[in-house]
Design a protein around this ligand. Structure first.
Ligand code: HDE
Length: 714
């Protein structure tokens, strides 16, 4: 980490709620600042040699290594046991620390939970983002659901919202979960494919589970390939409950909406990045935090009084349905900021363990059958991953005191004094805590029913909301969705699978099914399987989540240069982009000094190129700009790789800018049939409808904001 990043990290910690960071500090060791003289064994004795196993040797010939070398055995044995089972799903992840606060006590009418009502508090949080299908070493930018799990270290204990970036799920009942996961994971006979749902077993399974059709619409939409973890929404998915002081209960859904808006890759970009930079998302998150551009989300709730539970055509406890925002509005009551990267991956990101059942007073579970199964599964899985004392691990332990009579077990860390480890006891030690003193009390819900393996009647309808979602997408989103399903079904080689799935699609939309069936060799329908109701709803399309003001904040802009570029122009551009909150990266023929026009290698210092053309690709940047300069533009035009940079960025609809001699280079590189650059009122500038901004002449550095203004008007 750079010194600047380190300084930003330290300031972030001192500025915000430090309760959890201070707690972690008890376990943080800095090898560069230790009082230890050097390496010692786990039992604390300094090691005189860490490279040579103890041997019986005369010093000339090599004799046998001796089993008695307990120091070597400790080293190797510790290494042998470094790995723990990876998560069955969501194995690939990254995380960061931050804080959460509410704007006011607005939610008091719904809940007495202090974390949701006390505006004077900053509650520390740890967030883990993940993909679902791939193993720990898989790529970040695959098409998949993203996990969005938040641990709130509240003064009343830990509260976990273990959410996703998609508001619904594939199945309605947890009992189906092992089958779903087996179907989507690599196939059992050959462990193929990695990090993808594009295979026979997955599409076979979802084709036979019509309840998955709504979720398929979401995962095949742009939501499945987020541009950044910082630019996606998060959803609790399941229905939870809020309990207030009057003893009333409300149903609730939790929603995170990013300050930067919701944005995605285009599929080709995401696919290429899987190879070019498989760590793209985790690096992007760390880079933003280390630059002090802290990711921020608004926290919203959708709330329903108990009396309205049965008012809708869908069951509000069915996790394959959204609560349409048109019917149940989102109330934004707080925000979360991530401002600190982790110090070490394993003890923080790998050992963090979430449980949907971890709720604090004022917040409750519901009869959502998916949630109730989850409430069992998460606690259970942590035991096999981390052992029964997983909640004592630094990243998992609450910031409030933890005292009870649970004892012993593997890897117990705490030492509890005294003679008492049971209740009731003669000393009255550790009594249960009633509600009025902050104890967790379950809502006194009246339950009525016959024991049977069944779901509510409204759980049987599966297509209305799949249609609602599809209808609500913008035309380009629909096109992306069709391409995505077309891609996935093309990767299924069993005709039974792809022919069947195209039939399922006909329940969502006739045209959609027809188009995809033609493309993938599926069953082309003659008539719709059911009419499309034609309804739409707000806040389903990503285009409804653009930031209030267009912004380039945290965007990565590549400035493509060769020797002979216009130096003052580049300086001015960098200053203007920095002022807008973007980062700029000088990409040159080599990493190191590149020389502006009029400066020779032996004369000046030049400018430092951050990377060279071959090592980075346009996919890693949000925009591209080429400054003016004769020699520089001529060099760029001769290089296949730089021409590819421009064409690829253009193909991915990136913003492209060029000045002076850079304009011809850009024009030639993107000279494709049908692409016309239109003149703007400023005759020196052209702005195409494709997001290309070119400026004939740029009076840098006297007007560094000009290009910015032109770009904004485009
Ligand atoms: Fe999970 N899920 N899940 N899940 N899930 C796990 O717990 C499970 C579901 C989600 O970053 C596991 O610690 C069942 C929905 C996230 O550590 C496991 C069902 C949602 C993470 C498990 C679901 C999620 C997990 C595996 C019912 C969105 C990663 C490792 C069908 C709200 C958490 C682990 C992290 C992880 C079970 C469905 C989100 C096996 C039984 C719906 C973000 O316990």
């Amino acid at each position: 980490m750079s010194r600047i990043a380190q300084a930003v990290k330290e300031t972030a910690t001192s500025m915000t709620n430090t309760a959890k960071i201070a707690d972690l500090q008890r376990n943080i060791i800095d090898p560069e600042k230790t009082s230890a003289k050097g390496q010692n064994t786990n039992f604390g004795v300094y090691m005189s040699d860490v490279d040579n196993w103890l041997k019986a040797t005369d010093g000339t010939t090599t004799g046998p290594s001796l089993l008695e070398d307990h120091i070597a055995r400790e080293k190797v044995s510790t290494f042998d046991h470094e790995r723990i089972p990876e998560r069955i799903i969501h194995a690939r992840g990254t995380g960061a620390h931050g804080y959460f606060k509410v704007y006011s006590d607005h939610a008091k009418k719904y809940t007495h939970a202090k974390v949701l009502t006390d505006a004077s508090r900053e509650t520390p949080v740890f967030v883990r983002f993940s993909t679902v299908q791939g193993p720990r070493g898989s790529a970040d930018t695959v098409r998949d659901v993203r996990g969005f799990a938040v641990k709130f270290y509240t003064e009343e204990g830990n509260w976990d919202i273990v959410g996703n970036n998609i508001p619904i799920f594939f199945v309605q009942d947890s009992m189906k979960f092992p089958d779903l996961v087996h179907a989507v994971k690599p196939e059992p006979h050959n462990e193929v494919p990695t990090g993808q749902s594009a295979h026979n077993n997955f599409w076979d399974y979802v084709g036979l589970q019509p309840e998955a059709s709504h979720m398929i619409m979401w995962t095949m939409s742009d939501r499945g390939i987020p541009r950044s973890l910082r630019m996606m929404q998060g959803f609790g998915v399941n229905t939870f409950t809020l309990h207030n002081d009057k003893g009333e209960r409300h149903f609730v859904k939790f929603i995170w909406t990013p300050e930067l808006g919701v944005h995605s890759f285009v599929w080709d970009e995401a696919l290429k990045l899987c190879g070019q930079d498989p760590d793209f998302h985790r690096k992007d998150l760390a880079e933003a935090i280390e630059h002090g551009s802290y990711p921020k989300w608004k926290f919203g709730i959708q709330v329903l009084p108990e009396s309205r539970e049965h008012e809708f055509e869908f069951d509000i406890l069915d996790a394959t349905k959204v609560w349409p925002a048109d019917l149940i509005p989102i109330e934004y009551i707080g925000e979360m900021v991530l401002n600190r990267t982790v110090d070490e991956y394993f003890p923080e990101v790998e050992q963090v363990a979430f449980c949907t059942s971890h709720l604090v007073p004022g917040i409750g579970s519901s009869d959502d059958p998916l949630l109730l199964g989850r409430n069992f599964s998460y606690f259970d899985t942590q035991i096999s991953r981390l052992g029964i004392n997983w909640q004592e691990l630094p990243i998992n332990r609450p910031i409030c005191p933890v005292l009870n009579n649970h004892r012993d077990g593997k890897s117990r860390h705490r030492i509890t004094k005294g003679t008492i480890n049971y209740w009731p006891n003669r000393k009255g030690v550790l009594p249960p805590v009633p509600l009025e003193q902050g104890g967790y009390v379950e809502y006194a819900q009246k339950v009525n029913g016959v024991k049977q393996r069944a779901r509510g009647a409204k759980f049987k309808e599966h297509y209305n909301q799949a249609q609602l979602f599809y209808n609500s997408l913008a035309p380009h989103e629909k096109a992306h969705l069709k391409n995505a399903i077309g891609f996935e079904l093309d990767h299924c080689d069993d005709p039974v699978v792809y022919q069947h799935y195209t039939k399922i699609l006909n329940n969502v939309d006739f045209e959609l099914a027809k188009e995809i069936a033609i493309k993938v060799g599926g069953t082309i329908p003659d008539v719709p399987a059911r009419p499309n109701h034609g309804k739409k709803c707000a806040l389903l399309s990503q285009t409804d989540f653009m930031p209030e003001e267009p912004t380039i904040k945290t965007r990565r802009i590549a400035i493509l240069v060769a020797d002979g570029f216009n130096g003052p122009e580049v300086l001015a551009l960098r200053a203007a982009f920095k002022a807008g909150g973007a980062t700029t990266w000088l990409i040159g023929p080599r990493r190191g000094q590149v020389y502006p026009a009029g400066q020779k290698a032996e004369e000046g210092e030049g400018m430092l190129a951050d990377h060279h053309f071959e090592a980075q690709r346009s996919t890693m940047f949000d925009a591209l700009i080429v400054p003016s300069g004769d020699e520089h533009a001529a060099t760029l035009a001769k290089e296949g790789r730089t021409v590819h940079w421009v064409r690829e960025a253009f193909g991915h609809c990136k913003a492209i800018g060029a000045i002076g001699e850079g304009v011809a280079f850009i024009r030639d590189a993107v000279s494709l049939p049908g692409v016309e650059l239109q003149a703007t009122p400023n005759s020196d500038s052209v702005i195409s409808s494709y997001g290309v901004v070119t400026v004939g002449k740029y009076d840098a550095p006297s007007s560094p904001g000009d290009l910015f203004k032109i770009a904004k008007s485009a």
